[in-house]
Structure formats: structure tokens, C-alpha cells
Design a protein around this ligand. Structure first.
Ligand code: CUA
Length: 317
């Protein structure tokens, strides 16, 4: 996964913002250096004296034409600089707003502390839901509709776009486009409670997007042996199904991430830990040791049951 970096733009949105960042950096650096030089010059030319020979302060009562011109020029340059930066921001904003017409629409809902992702389609049978790992096709603009279910969150994938707040009761939209294939880290950028820092979003610019989407639309595979079957029963008849859904089974909870293709994801708990059997076992038994305060309760269970459940969850490719 690429590190979050606004100076490594991988799409048009982030490129515009990166260019603006450099404009601000260069203008502000020039102003900073100019001010330091002016202060240095003022110190250097200040009249000096001591108790025996007091400094010459007669200039205080004299009009200095040079100083007046210098102040006038500095005020004019500052005004011009500010106007220039305002115009540059405006131009960037226009460029971001004029992104290409998207042919894919995604509903992204922020929850404490995970992301619900629904791929919309005019053909209702093609709609599917996943969580915490957003796949998008390479080189195509994607419209993301941003919502929040509980408190204010903020969507931010620095390599691909700017930030956008997700406010309960409102819908915001953002056009996301990745021109280089890769995996980019996103992060909730608005403090939303104890686990705000562990509210990451994995964004995959996927060259095989259609293949991935087709696989995600399938219901979960049926268990193929007795242990997996036992795991599925534990999931569906136990407490898991109260919050989680697995398509193709009776588990249809909507309070927590959809797990239909859990095993196809790279991380667990919104980017908190890698998706491995060990981490999954730890997460099921005691989620609070990984993410204190999370809604999921601890699930103490017998080793055989845990192994059966892990075997079943491992099939959810
Ligand atoms: Cu969600 Cu911070």
C-alpha cells in the first residue's frame, strides 16, 4: 500500500491540488525570505550608540522618502500576492469541479469506525455491498456519494483527492479518479471518537475492476466440508448474524460490515490489522484489544468452534 502523500498525486484531482500546494509553497517561501531579509537590513542600518555617544535619532522627525516608497511597494506586493493565491485557489476549485462525467456511482457511508460501500447500478441485480476496501477502475472518473450515519467524518485519500466532510443527514459528492494502478491509503480526516485514527480506507485502483466486481456480486460460496458447515451455522445462528450480513445465507445484519467476500480484503477492522487467520481470530475473540471502544463485543468461544468459524470465513473469497 502506498503511503499517504499529497505530493505523489496518482489522479487528476490530486494533481490539481499538488500543483496548488507548490504555488503556495513557492510564494510563501519567497515572502518569508523577503521579510527576513527586510528585518536583517533594518537591524543592520539601525543607528547605534552607547551612554557616551547617544545614537542619532534625528531621522524620527524627518520624512524619509525611501522608507515611504519601500512600505508602499511592500503593501502593493503583499496585496498582489494575496490576490494571486486567491485566483490560484479559485482556478484549482474550478478544475476539480469540471472532472469528467462518471460512469460508476458508489455510495460510501462512514460509520464509527468503518466504511460501508455500495456499488450502485441501473440494473438492480448488479448492485452489491462491501466494506472498508474500495476498488475503482483505473483511468475512469467515479462519482462517490458521501454520507455519515452517526457523527461527522471526513473522506480523504491524499494521493487521489482532497478532503470532503461527511455530515449526518447530508449528502456530499466527490469525483475520484486514479490514473495509476495501485493501492492507496485513505484516512478519516475528522475526529470522530476514540478510534478515529484506526478508521482507514483501502482504495485499490484495479486494472481488473470488472473481474473483481463480477466476483463481488456473487453470493458467498457454500461450505464444502463439515468444519466449514459448522462454522457457517455458528455464524448464522449465533450473534454474528445480528450485525453482519453474508449474502447467500440467512445472515442479513446491516449494523456492521458486509462479510460476503471478507477473505478477498487485505485488512480487517478498517485498515487496523492485516487480514490473516491469526488477526481474525484475535479480532473475533477480543476486538477491543485491537480497537478499544469498537461496537463489536468480545466473543469467547471454544477452540473447536473458533476453528470452524475461521475455516468458514476463510472461504469467503
Ligand atoms: Cu471517522 Cu474520524
Amino acid at each position: 500500500m502506498k503511503a499517504q502523500d499529497i505530493l505523489a498525486a496518482a489522479g487528476p484531482g490530486a494533481s490539481h491540488i499538488e500543483a496548488l500546494w507548490w504555488v503556495f509553497f513557492l510564494v510563501c517561501t519567497a515572502v518569508f525570505v523577503a521579510i527576513l531579509a527586510a528585518v536583517g537590513w533594518a537591524l543592520w542600518r539601525a543607528p547605534r550608540g552607547d551612554a557616551a555617544s547617544p545614537p542619532d535619532t534625528s531621522f524620527l522627525h524627518r520624512r524619509e522618502r525611501g522608507a515611504e516608497i519601500a512600505v508602499g511597494v511592500a503593501v502593493a506586493l503583499s496585496t498582489l500576492g494575496l490576490v494571486f493565491l486567491t485566483v490560484a485557489s479559485f482556478v484549482t476549485d474550478r478544475a476539480l469541479a469540471s472532472a469528467g462525467a462518471p460512469d460508476l456511482q458508489i455510495d460510501l457511508t462512514a460509520n464509527r469506525w468503518w466504511w460501508d460501500i455500495r456499488y450502485d447500478d441501473q440494473d438492480k441485480s448488479k448492485i452489491f455491498t462491501t466494506a472498508n476496501e474500495l476498488h475503482i477502475p483505473v483511468g475512469k472518473p467515479v462519482l462517490v456519494r458521501l454520507r455519515a450515519s452517526d457523527v461527522i467524518h471526513s473522506f480523504w485519500v491524499p494521493n487521489l483527492s482532497g478532503k470532503k466532510d461527511m455530515i449526518p443527514g447530508r449528502e456530499a459528492t466527490l469525483v475520484l479518479q486514479a490514473d495509476k494502478p495501485g493501492t492507496y491509503r485513505g484516512q478519516c480526516a475528522e475526529f470522530c471518537g476514540a478510534q478515529h485514527a484506526k478508521m482507514a480506507l483501502v482504495v485499490v485502483a484495479d486494472e481488473n475492476y470488472e473481474k473483481w466486481a463480477a466476483a463481488q456480486r456473487n453470493p458467498a460460496p457454500e461450505p464444502s466440508d463439515a468444519q466449514q458447515k459448522r462454522g457457517q451455522e455458528l455464524f448464522v445462528n449465533g450473534t454474528c448474524a445480528m450485525c453482519h450480513a453474508i449474502q447467500g445465507t440467512a445472515a442479513q445484519g446491516r449494523h456492521a460490515p458486509d462479510l460476503t467476500h471478507l477473505a478477498s480484503r487485505t485488512t480487517l477492522a478498517a485498515g487496523s490489522v492485516p487480514n490473516s487467520v491469526g488477526h481474525l481470530a484475535g479480532w473475533i475473540l477480543d476486538p477491543h484489544s485491537i480497537k478499544p471502544g469498537v461496537n463489536m463485543p468480545p466473543n469467547p468461544m471454544a477452540p473447536d468452534d473458533l476453528h470452524a468459524l475461521l475455516a468458514y470465513l476463510g472461504t469467503l473469497k
